[in-house]
Ligand binder design. Structure first.
Ligand code: UD1
Ligand code: CA
Length: 466
């Protein structure tokens, strides 16, 4: 077996995510709050997935466990329940029965530290392997270390202890080197001694950080990987930190896209979720939001302030400013907006045009079809190359149920037409402007659905002179 495989198979990751996060002042568990477009804990699992496989990743859940497990289940990771939150040391013990037999290394991550990079995680593993220590802790120097555990070193530069803020002496509070909460343990030694963690501290909790002193007492070493950029170790405890971390993740995403060939105007203003993909030479305007599972092809233009959610946009599509696109598919070369709203489950075929103040819902617009101004097309299908005039409305709802409208190919629907569903208009038909269409129109027919005009000669003049 190649050496890399052996090393990977000896690595297990446990993510602690059972806490409520009192400092968030929220009904929702802290790790469910989103940063960069996905929950904090999803971000942490993605960090873990960069160094090991899903079957070797375990998440300790507690507060809103069902929801947290539901969010993470698609990623294929395992779970341990911690029904009472008695501290980080207690949380890790929830995995003891299942994991205690595993050899190799055990990495612990906290569910509220979502910025960790693959490079740092790999550096931790390398440091752990070369030092031969029983535990390796990622640390960094902070000018303001308030709230974090402080790293107490011995003369040799190894860690003697981690002292929590609440338990620290005034002298220890001055230490600027902090515990990131990211550890690599020698797994058999961890499980051998984890039962020695007690609750003799001001919070009365089982602190995982006590493992350092415990391992040393048993004659082992603990060492640090000190990283110089503290930003990726930031733990989220309040909504202020949530916003700071969100901003960092958004910056990373725009940076990654720009380096891969996407132009982003005023990147500091756009919001692009982690899973979004964008093709080369696409231009993204200021204040654009690309959310959820959106993919965008090459050579597209997404105009300022447009919002695209869970949609699939092909190559060469133009979405002009202030448009909203939700759960829709847009094919090559289509033009949308400005000020268009594609609400949900629409399918816009190649080269179709949708103009300003046009709303689509569950509608399929055929290739090259046009609806350029002020229309509502709901539960409808419009054939290729048809033209939907300004002010056309599909009346898809009678107060009780929704009905469908079908317009054939090459059909012309005149301005201000009202199409009362269910109704079908055939291929190459012509609907006169201002019609109310309540009956089907056959192919090639001209439908008039309005009263005839009468002109009374000279009548206006007569009124004026009265
Ligand atoms: C912890 C560390 C501290 C470190 C900091 C880094 C301890 C005792 N302290 O403090 O040294 O500087 O992180 O961000 O570990 N959790 C559970 N079950 C529990 C308690 C916590 O699963 O019973 C989870 C939480 O959901 C959270 C993580 O563990 O994801 C960390 O808990 P938190 O309370 O935020 O620890 P800190 O006080 O930040
Ligand atoms: Ca924390």
């Amino acid at each position: 077996m190649p050496i890399m495989k052996v090393m990977e198979s000896s690595l297990t990751v446990v993510i602690l995510a059972a806490g409520l996060g009192t400092r968030m002042r929220s009904k929702k568990a802290k790790v469910l709050h989103k940063v960069g477009g996905r929950t904090q804990v999803e971000n942490v699992v993605h960090s873990a997935l960069m160094v090991t496989t899903p079957d070797r990743i375990f998440v300790v859940t507690g507060h809103q466990a069902e929801t947290v497990e539901g969010v993470l289940a698609p990623l294929g990771v395992g779970f341990f329940r911690q029904t009472e939150q008695k501290g980080t040391g207690h949380a890790l013990r929830m995995g003891e029965a299942q994991l205690a037999h595993l050899p190799g290394r055990l990495v612990v991550l906290y569910g509220d530290t979502p910025l960790l990079s693959e490079a740092t995680l790999r550096a931790l593993l390398a440091r752990h392997d070369e030092s031969g220590a029983a535990a390796t802790v990622i640390t960094t120097m902070l000018a303001d270390p308030t709230g974090y555990g402080r790293i107490v070193l011995d003369e040799a530069g190894d860690i003697a202890a981690i002292v929590e803020q609440k338990a620290a002496t005034p002298e220890q509070l001055k230490i600027e080197e902090i515990n990131s909460g990211i550890y690599c343990f020698d797994a058999p030694l961890l499980w051998k001694h984890i039962g020695e963690i007690g609750t003799n501290n001001p919070a009365g909790e089982y602190y995982l950080t006590d493992m350092i002193e415990i391992l040393r007492r048993a004659g082992h070493r603990a060492t640090t990987l000190r990283v110089s950029d503290p930003s990726e170790l930031m733990g989220i405890n309040s909504r202020v930190e949530l916003a700071i971390v969100d901003r960092i993740l958004r910056e990373r995403k725009t940076m990654e896209l720009m380096l891969s060939g996407v132009t982003i105007e005023k990147p500091e203003t756009v919001t692009i979720d982690a899973a979004v993909q964008v093709g080369r030479d696409t231009i993204i305007g200021p204040f654009v939001q690309l959310l959820g599972a959106t993919t965008i092809g090459e050579d597209c233009y997404i105009g300022a302030c447009s919002i695209v959610t869970d949609s699939k946009i092909a190559d060469g599509v133009e979405i002009n400013p202030f448009s909203m696109v939700g759960t829709s598919v847009i094919e090559t070369g289509a033009h949308i907006g400005p000020y268009a709203r594609l609400r949900m489950e629409n399918h816009v075929e190649a080269g179709a045009h949708i103009g300003n103040f046009v709303e689509l819902k569950k509608t399929r617009l055929g290739a090259g079809a046009k609806s350029m101004h002020l229309a509502y097309l709901g539960d409808s299908s419009i054939g290729a190359k048809s033209n939907i005039g300004a002010g056309t409305i599909t009346c898809n709802y009678d107060g009780k149920k929704k009905s469908k409208t079908k317009v054939g190919a090459g059909t012309f629907v005149g301005s201000n037409s009202t199409l009362v569903a269910p109704v079908e208009i055939g291929d190459a038909a012509y609907v006169a402007a201002g019609s109310v269409i309540t009956k089907d129109v056959p192919a090639d027919a001209l439908a008039f659905g309005r009263s005839h005009q009468t002109n009374k000669e000279g009548y206006a003049k007569k009124i004026r002179e009265r």
